[in-house]
Write a protein that binds this ligand. Structure first.
Ligand code: FES
Length: 115
């Protein structure tokens, strides 16, 4: 089973986290299943950037990003060459090291209150 190492993030994994998961599910689902409550504002359909992660190790084992994902990632805060939308990245059998960026852009949350 692939091992996923989540680097420390003050909100989602203050101490960091290491867990094993089954392959062939999305990285977002793997994180959520193991208590890393990463945001997923669009319901995991690749239409926001709140589930953005940077895959520090094992990037090449993931399915390649589709063009739509790359377009969406262009709007993400802190974009890096190893950035992925975690809901679109499928875990294979290789271990991963994942960093959750310090900020995400959640347009849903940032909407002004309704009058
Ligand atoms: S949850 Fe919206 S793109 Fe992944």
């Amino acid at each position: 089973m692939p091992k996923i190492t989540v680097l420390p993030h003050p909100e989602y994994a203050p101490e960091g986290k290491v867990f094993e998961t089954q392959g062939h599910l999305s990285l977002c689902d793997a994180l959520l299943d193991h208590g890393v409550e990463i945001e997923h504002a669009c319901g995991k359909v690749g239409a926001c950037t709140t589930c953005h992660v940077i895959v520090r190790q094992g990037y090449d084992s993931l399915n390649p990003p589709e063009e739509d994902e790359e377009d969406m990632l262009d709007r993400a805060w802190g974009l890096q060459p190893e950035s992925r939308l975690s809901c679109q990245a499928l875990v294979d059998n290789e271990d991963l090291v994942v960093e959750i960026p310090m900020y995400s852009i959640n347009l849903e949350k940032e909407k002004p209150p309704k009058p």
